[in-house]
Ligand binder design. Structure first.
Ligand code: F6R
Length: 243
């Protein structure tokens, strides 16, 4: 694992955006795996600036997002579909036909998961997957479990995740209980992975992912086995890794 430690959130966002921009510059038709959540918002803001300055061109990329809430209308301002448009796609020269998320409103969620998995394969696999990290070590919505789930699947969110995500909803009760997420195998098949982690409240999870045992009870710990992972974190998130 390559670790880039930055002073603060802004520097983390710039560093992550530089890595993503380099990927798109070197391979303009990259398949980019994107994430939602608070952490990558700054990264997307930096990418928007680079696109508007003419420094990167999104017109030939395809995107696949990690996850989507189940049974939340895409027009809801907390759907990940809405998030991606609002925080990135509406502001760059991307062809929206080339942007993909799991359909959380599909009538048959299992069939939708299989469709999504097949789509990623059809696109030729993910060149670079951006991840955030949950407080409980989750990546995508792969929550702590007894086993690593391989493919895109439907998942029940843990209380810890509902608690963390309720800040975006009217109340904890309004947070969807289920989501569709890429599996650990889907994520691990990405050629490159970049994970952004910020804040002291993530320090414990980051330490477990980087130096702890590889276990499905800390899903992000599997990243230790991937050949090309870059962790971009700020000092606060890194604090428990200091010798
Ligand atoms: C988002 C996702 C989640 C988040 C994680 C951290 O698509 O899959 O794994 O990356 O919950 O979220 P934030 O950045 O809000 O702390």
């Amino acid at each position: 694992m390559r670790i880039i430690k930055t002073k603060n959130y802004d520097e983390m966002s710039k560093a992550a955006a530089n890595i993503i921009a380099a990927q798109i510059t070197l391979k303009p038709d990259s398949v980019m795996g994107f994430a939602t959540g608070s952490t990558p918002i700054g990264t997307y803001a930096e990418l928007i600036k680079k696109n508007q300055n003419g420094d990167i061109d999104f017109s030939n990329i395809n995107t696949v997002n990690l996850d989507e809430y189940k049974d939340l209308p895409i027009t809801h301002d907390q759907s990940y579909y809405y998030f991606m448009n609002d925080n990135l796609f509406n502001h760059v020269n991307i062809d929206k036909n080339n942007t993909n998320l799991p359909n959380g409103n599909a009538e048959d969620p299992d069939a939708e998961c299989a469709r999504y998995e097949a789509l990623i394969k059809e696109l030729g696999g993910i060149d670079m997957q951006l991840l955030g990290l949950g407080h409980n070590g989750h990546i995508g919505f792969n929550e702590p479990a007894d086993e690593f789930k391989k493919c895109t699947h439907c998942v029940t969110l843990t209380e810890r995740t509902i608690e963390a995500n309720k800040r975006f909803f009217e109340s904890a009760d309004a947070v969807p209980r289920k989501a569709l997420t890429m599996g650990i195998g889907t994520i691990m098949a990405a050629k490159k992975i970049v994970i952004v982690v910020s804040g002291e409240d993530k320090a414990d999870a980051l330490q477990k992912c980087i130096t702890g045992p590889i276990t499905p009870s800390v899903p992000g710990s599997i990243l230790q086995l991937h050949p090309d992972v870059t962790v971009v974190c700020d000092e606060a998130a890194y604090s428990k890794l200091e010798a």
